[in-house]
Design a protein around this ligand. Sequence first.
Ligand SMILES: NC(=O)c1ccc[n+]([C@@H]2O[C@H](COP(=O)([O-])OP(=O)(O)OC[C@H]3O[C@@H](n4cnc5c(N)ncnc54)[C@H](OP(=O)(O)O)[C@@H]3O)[C@@H](O)[C@H]2O)c1
Length: 433
Amino acid sequence: MKDVNVGICGLGTVGGGTFNVLTRNAALIAGRAGCNIRITRVASRRNRDDIDLGNIAFSTEIFDVVNDPAVDVVVELIGGYETARELVLAAVRNGKHVVTANKALIAVHGNEIFAAAEKAGVVVAYEAGIAGGIPVMKAIREGLAANRIDWIAGIINGTGNYILTEMRAGREFTEVLKEAQDLGYAEADPTFDVEGIDAAHKLTILASAGFGVPLQFDKAYTEGIASITPYDIAHAEQLGYRIKHLGIARRRDEGIELRVHPTLVPKSHLIAQVDGVLNAVLVDGDAVGQTMYYGPGAGDEATASAVIADIIDVARIVASESKLRVPYLGFVPDALENLDVLSMEDIQSAYYLRITALDRPGVLAKIASILSEHGINIESIMQKESEVKDGRIPVIILTHTVQERQINRAIEELEFLSDTDGPVVRIRAENFN
Ligand SMILES: NC(=O)c1ccc[n+]([C@@H]2O[C@H](COP(=O)([O-])OP(=O)(O)OC[C@H]3O[C@@H](n4cnc5c(N)ncnc54)[C@H](OP(=O)(O)O)[C@@H]3O)[C@@H](O)[C@H]2O)c1
């Protein structure tokens, strides 16, 4: 059996997990890969006491890995944008294949990296970045290759999902966020997770591979979960819906929708059952219908599982000297379509609206009339006498699917009414039809 030499950059959570699983399962991985995958070099800012590197060369300089002629595959697990970009491009220039778990890098610099890799004839694989241990990129790029994919929707940030799950018990966002930080689920700076930026990185990549379009992270819409209240969660539940922080990408004739925001999903749908830190991605293909991929979206060995699957794919190419490659985004570069990301005013969605109305006769009729004037049909309406407070009563409305432009204009008029008070709360809803 041939040897394929791997160099790991970054020995943190995922780097350590990758080292441990590759070492522990070396024999069975060799049996699957048809070659021996040997870690020959590791570089990280610090060495770890809990990992026995044995004879493996260690340095604190990550560029030692890309400059080592004996290394066939560079595994980038340092994270971040700029140094990771330089590292990956240097590896590619040196003719090395790359495996990374860095979704931020791929979402932002992927077009440049893939073009360079295409030129150099090397693979840059990134499965682990999208949904940790869930092999969803493999499913989209290979398993679903026969399909026209019309939409993708996913719970692709475990921290946000944990927070929304815990809030169903009536707890406030800030309290649960603090708990998530104490448990190590959320970073000290939780912005990327709770504002939807991390999910948007992943969604950008999913959409590109699903629809065959270049990566357009800068045009993705993100809305976080900090303004979601236990009140709206409870009332959505009463309407038969659950609030999830979803990444949604939809292919339309005029462009693609690329958006991350809190979303009401039917409680009866499988994705509503995905709780805690777990992730799930729903993909709708014209031939297969809806498929869902579910599991751990993070964690040292769960993420290593996906990193190593990519290493095995690459090792087979190295060992067999094959020229056969699955295209980076699932489509050969010439087949990528320049479909633009649609503005949010042009997206189509159903909506949950919470309007604070003055408790007087005729208000409901005025609200219904404004919605009707904007072509918005009401799916259900909820108003409870028991919730009257200081002469005000919440009116909760679920609409049919309309264009966001229509809802925006209707909300402007609703807020202008003398019979309503304060801003209208608006949460998008999805029925997955
Ligand atoms: N954690 C997960 O569950 C998970 C899941 C999916 C994807 N990912 C992605 O995987 C990547 C790694 O994440 P992680 O959680 O393993 O991060 P981490 O625990 O912070 O590990 C990063 C490692 O790289 C080292 N490092 C960073 N910059 C370096 C540099 N310039 N030179 C040398 N060493 C450097 C760090 O050293 P110091 O500690 O000394 O700074 C640390 O050992 C990220 O792109 C992340 O988004 C993570």
